[in-house]
Write a protein that binds this ligand. Structure first.
Ligand SMILES: CC(C)(COP(=O)(O)OP(=O)(O)OC[C@H]1O[C@@H](n2cnc3c(N)ncnc32)[C@H](O)[C@@H]1OP(=O)(O)O)[C@@H](O)C(=O)NCCC(=O)NCCS
Length: 174
């Protein structure tokens, strides 16, 4: 989904975290202050979107962490699962595009990249959903475009892994 000259790579010491500004203070503070330490503690993995001409500049970023949902809060057939006390999931914990680059299709490109990434991880370990916590109604509307829906009775949203591939195919077809 991400084509050169753009690329996605793990957050590293050469990336300029201080100048990243999404307009959402909690997301800016997270990449500046906490993403490095959370990565070292293996709590999360943080990936950044960069342009090859200016690879230190962060155009956008996302984090992925392991998560779970108890069956009674899970959607559809998963609510009937009894063999596992918790259903494995991945959490798209943070997702943001720098405000200077918003509204140009980068959020869409980066989210499709996330879905590819998660689909590939889903071949290596079993988990049933991708979760996200939208910050506000606008973010919720953004995620809905990609097939996410709220977990029953919650603000947290999910995309079933089985539907994730369908979403990718639909977006690939345009
Ligand atoms: C939300 C955000 C990631 C979107 O990135 P972007 O690069 O501006 O989005 P794009 O230009 O790729 O737009 C993709 C689609 O989402 C829609 N969209 C963009 N921003 C949106 C918003 N705030 N609310 C609802 N829809 C939005 C666009 O209209 C577009 O729809 P289309 O494909 O049907 O035309 C970006 O605005 C951002 O980082 N905001 C601040 C942080 C934030 O809210 N993060 C998500 C919270 S968890």
């Amino acid at each position: 989904m991400i084509e050169l000259p753009l690329r996605v790579e793990p957050l590293g010491p050469h990336h300029d975290r201080a100048s990243f500004s999404s307009g959402e203070p909690s997301l800016d503070e997270y990449i500046r202050r906490f993403a490095g330490q959370d990565t070292r503690l293996n709590l999360t993995r943080c990936f950044v979107l960069v342009h090859e001409d200016e690879p230190q500049r962060i155009l956008g970023y996302y984090t992925l962490s392991a998560a779970s949902v108890v069956p009674r809060k899970a959607p559809g057939k998963l609510a009937k699962v009894r063999r596992y006390p918790e259903i494995g999931a991945l959490l798209l914990g943070r997702f943001a595009i720098d405000r200077r680059f918003q509204g140009r299709g980068l959020g869409r490109k980066l989210l499709l990249h996330v879905l590819f990434h998660v689909a590939a991880l889903g071949e290596e370990a079993g988990f049933a959903l991708l979760l996200v916590d939208p910050l506000d109604e606008e973010a919720e509307a953004f995620y809905r475009k990609f097939g996410f829906a709220p977990l029953p009775g919650e603000r947290r949203m999910y995309l079933l892994l089985k539907d994730l591939r369908a979403t990718l195919t639909a977006f690939e077809r345009g």
